[in-house]
Design a protein around this ligand. Structure first.
Ligand SMILES: Cc1cc2nc3c(=O)[nH]c(=O)nc-3n(C[C@H](O)[C@H](O)[C@H](O)COP(=O)(O)O)c2cc1C
Length: 213
């Protein structure tokens, strides 16, 4: 059964642009995968702890000798990694916060970047273990960071996510960005603003269905 992992990370819920666009992607995906399964992960809805010395110790303790406390410490990470393993495709909503990813998403990334689980150092070289996955990142930014603009070099969202997911083996990654959402706070009509982005999401979801170019 094809499985899509739908992940959101905006704290703004009903006002969030990235949440509305990932939801549109999911609607399209469900229509083209009537037997598919969607797993939802809202990183704002769970308390993801920051990495601690004990957590790192548990990660580097061989699985068969971990104490019950160490197993407990890794249980959230284990279940988040399992969600990534089981899914064939990902759609990930990302609001830009302070030129990077929001802290809740970074906490999640720290839980899923696991040696021996999502990457390895076979032959001394890093190797991503999340292979064969298709990922769509839907980013919303208040300003505009298009290439060739003065602000382009301030965008750490896309380069960071491409690098970290690429390191984990997810190299088939498409980025769709809704830039300039600040206009909504200045009175721009939401429907008018969203229309081209909803269209882009729909077109991309249909392209995926036909196989990525
Ligand atoms: C805490 C916070 C930090 C933000 N930092 C930036 C920023 O650095 N650059 C920017 O262009 N927009 C910034 N914004 C605006 C958001 O990127 C914008 O509201 C976007 O629509 C967020 O996605 P969302 O609508 O899915 O929440 C920030 C918003 C918040 C709440």
């Amino acid at each position: 059964m094809p499985t899509l992992l739908h992940l959101d990370s905006s704290p703004l819920y009903g006002r969030s642009v990235s949440r509305e666009l990932t939801a549109a992607f999911v609607t399209e995906w469900k229509a083209s995968h009537p037997n598919g399964k969607v797993v939802y992960r809202d990183v704002n809805a769970i308390a993801i702890p920051p990495v601690s010395a004990e957590w790192v110790g548990a990660v580097y303790t061989p699985e068969d000798v971990r104490s019950p406390q160490q197993k407990e410490l890794l249980s959230l990470s284990d279940s988040l990694v399992a969600e990534l393993d089981r899914a064939d495709e990902y759609v990930i909503g990302v609001p830009m916060h302070n030129f990077g990813v929001p802290s809740a998403l970074k906490l999640w990334i720290d839980q899923i970047a696991r040696v021996g689980k999502t990457f390895s150092y076979a032959d001394g070289k890093p190797k991503g273990l999340l292979t064969g996955k298709k990922s769509t990142f839907i980013v919303a930014t208040g300003g505009i960071y298009d290439a060739q603009t003065q602000m382009a070099s301030f965008n750490f969202v896309e380069p960071y996510l491409r690098s970290v997911f690429g390191f984990l083996g997810v190299t088939d990654a498409k980025f769709l960005t809704a830039g300039g959402t600040a206009a909504l706070n200045q009175g721009q009509n939401r429907e008018t603003f969203l229309a081209p982005h909803l269209q882009a999401v729909q077109t991309h979801a249909q392209t995926l269905q036909g196989g990525r170019a």
